[in-house]
Every structure is written in structure tokens, then in C-alpha cells.
Design a protein around this ligand. Structure first.
Ligand SMILES: O=C(O)CCC(=O)C(=O)O
Ligand SMILES: [Fe+2]
Length: 330
């Protein structure tokens, strides 16, 4: 086992220093800034009153999916050889790139509640687009807390800590602020306890955030059925936002993530053009195999079955009922 893999398994994270070319990260940043500015504009335009809802994720924090046409995707930084081999090893089987996204901590963000991103094993790859530290909101982690105890072995099993247990574990340990520089990347086990910290500067702190999930079967719902989910997501958003009802807006957004998790790719929402896929190498295409491609030959790598489609249709029905219920309660 290489050092990276054993470090990651033991501590639940890995910090690679000066691993990406600086000019590449600069290109990402100059592409990212206007995309994010547009995103904010579109978001605020959804509300009837300005300032009704501060940001799309937590206090002054944003999540934003990244475009498939960007150099961020084209460069396939997420499938560079060393990184890919690490992922291949820690997943003990197949995995896929499900969310090609970003986390932005804006000026005025505060300490997040200490949390796990999930109970199930998955990996977040973060690429800071600016140097990040205690002043502008670098992420704080509690090393080793992805394992059920300090003397337990690394496994890919789910753990089930309650919110109280998470806080109690964190209180008994020292956090580590992941001070990162442009050109670095970090890998984090999604079970690891962590939190976002305040950004006390006047500038946004953007991290690219790529989420890899295990995929035991190369099966997914049919595109027509996924499209039903995506259409419903749009409908939920259009209904929810003008009301300013936070529960309803959160439900709409959570449903969007459910659609992409079922599809095992957020690229069904943002299909990949042939011009881009022609540039992607085999490792990148493997990571993105659940995406929707303009190049039909690439869509055939995944089996799209009736069983999985039916399961997803049931989820769609449940969501419709739940959305109506939340709406009627307010
Ligand atoms: O952006 C960060 O520093 C961490 C954010 C985070 O952990 C989250 O939103 O789940
Ligand atoms: Fe988190």
C-alpha cells in the first residue's frame, strides 16, 4: 500500500501539496468567478423580495454545480493517475463521479455545526481556487473520525453516529484546520467529522468539490425516467422559490440531489458534448460513465434497466406527495 492510501485510510483525509499546475488553477479561477457571479444573480432573481434568502447552502455558503463545457471538466484533473489509483484502491471496487460541484464560503459565513457529510463511505476531492487558512474559512476536520473508534480498522461500512455523538467525539479531539494553497488538493472521507469555518475577508473562498460514490452495479434508470425527475425538480423550484418558504425550497433542492444520486451523475442535468468527451481519457470516462453523453456510444457503457427505473418512479411519486404536504402545512 502506498503512503497516500495508508494515510487516507488511517486519518480519513489526505492533503496533496503542489500537485496541480498553478496556471491550471488560475484558469479554473478566472472561469469560475463569472460563473459564480451569474449563479448568484439567477438565484436572487428567483425571489420576489431581495434578501429573502441569503445563499443556497447554510449561512453565506453556496454549492454550485460546474459546467460540463469548462476547462475544469475538460482538464479531467479529477482523474489524474495518482489520484485515480488512490480512489481505485480505497473504494475496493467500482466508483463513479456523481457530483462535479463547488463549495463557496462567502464573506460573513460562520462556524458550521460540526457534522459528517454522510454515514456512508464516499470521497470528496477539494481543489482550493484561492489559498485558504484560518482567516478566510479553510475547512476544519477531526482526523480519524471516519472510523468508529481510534483503535478500529478502516472499513467501507456505514457508520451511524447521531448528532450528539458527533459533537461528543469532536469535543474529545483536536481539530485540524486544513490550510491549503492553490495547486494543492485534498481528499476527505465523507464520514469524517468536520465543519466550515468563518470567512473574515471580503473575498469568496471557492473550492471545487468533486464527490465520488461507490457504484456496485453498472446499472441506472433510463434517461426518460431520469428526465421526469429533472422536470419535477424544475417544477418544485418554480413553485417553492417565490413563496420564500425555506422548508419548501430545501425540499426542492434535496429532491434535486436525490435525482442526481439515483442517476449516479449530475451530468444528466448537464450533458457532455462530443467535443469535450473526445478529449477525455479512459480514466475520466470511467469516472463519468453514468453521465449523459452526446456521443451515443459512450452512453452504452451503463445498463439502463426497468427495475432501476421503476424504483426511481416510486421515489418520484413519494416526492410529489411530500412536496404537496409541506406546501399545505405552510
Ligand atoms: O466549504 C467548507 O469549508 C466546508 C463546507 C461543508 O462542510 C459543508 O457544507 O458540508
Ligand atoms: Fe460538510
Amino acid at each position: 500500500m502506498t503512503n497516500i492510501i495508508s494515510f487516507f485510510k488511517q486519518h480519513g483525509y489526505y492533503h496533496a501539496k503542489a500537485a496541480l499546475p498553478l496556471d491550471l488553477v488560475e484558469t479554473f479561477k478566472s472561469e469560475f468567478d463569472p460563473i459564480f457571479a451569474e449563479k448568484q444573480k439567477r438565484f436572487y432573481a428567483r425571489f420576489t423580495e431581495p434578501g429573502m434568502y441569503g445563499a443556497n447552502h447554510d449561512i453565506k455558503r453556496w454549492n454550485m454545480l460546474l459546467p460540463s463545457e469548462s476547462s475544469m471538466l475538460r482538464s479531467a484533473f479529477f482523474a489524474r493517475e495518482e489520484l485515480f489509483n488512490t480512489l481505485k484502491s480505497v473504494f475496493h471496487g467500482d466508483f463513479s463521479l456523481v457530483f462535479f460541484s463547488s463549495d463557496i464560503s462567502s464573506p460573513g459565513s460562520t462556524f458550521q455545526t460540526i457534522h459528517q457529510d454522510g454515514n456512508d463511505f464516499a470521497v470528496a476531492l477539494n481543489v482550493p481556487l484561492v489559498d485558504s487558512n484560518e482567516v478566510n474559512g479553510a475547512t476544519q476536520i477531526y482526523p480519524d473520525t471516519h472510523r468508529i473508534s481510534s483503535d478500529s480498522e478502516f472499513t467501507n461500512e456505514s457508520n451511524e453516529f447521531t448528532d450528539e455523538q458527533i459533537i461528543a467525539r469532536a469535543n474529545a479531539l483536536n481539530p485540524l484546520t486544513l490550510n491549503v494553497k492553490r495547486g494543492d488538493y485534498t481528499l476527505r472521507d465523507l464520514r469524517l467529522i468536520h465543519r466550515g469555518t468563518p470567512n473574515n475577508t471580503d473575498d469568496h473562498r471557492p473550492y471545487l468539490s468533486v464527490i465520488f460514490l461507490p457504484s456496485s452495479q453498472n446499472e441506472a434508470p433510463r434517461f426518460e425516467v431520469i428526465q421526469e425527475g429533472l422536470d419535477l425538480f424544475v417544477q418544485f423550484k418554480e413553485e417553492a422559490f417565490p413563496t420564500g418558504n425555506i422548508r419548501l425550497i430545501d425540499y426542492a433542492n434535496t429532491f434535486g440531489r436525490l435525482v442526481m444520486a439515483y442517476a449516479q451523475s449530475d451530468r444528466v442535468h448537464r450533458p457532455i458534448s462530443k467535443e469535450v468527451s473526445d478529449q477525455l481519457d479512459e480514466r475520466a470516462l470511467y469516472c463519468l460513465r453514468f453521465a449523459k453523453f452526446e456521443d451515443e456510444a459512450l452512453n452504452d457503457r451503463i445498463v439502463r434497466t426497468d427495475g432501476t427505473s421503476q424504483e426511481f418512479l416510486k421515489e418520484i411519486q413519494v416526492a410529489k406527495d411530500e412536496f404537496r404536504k409541506i406546501k399545505s402545512e405552510s
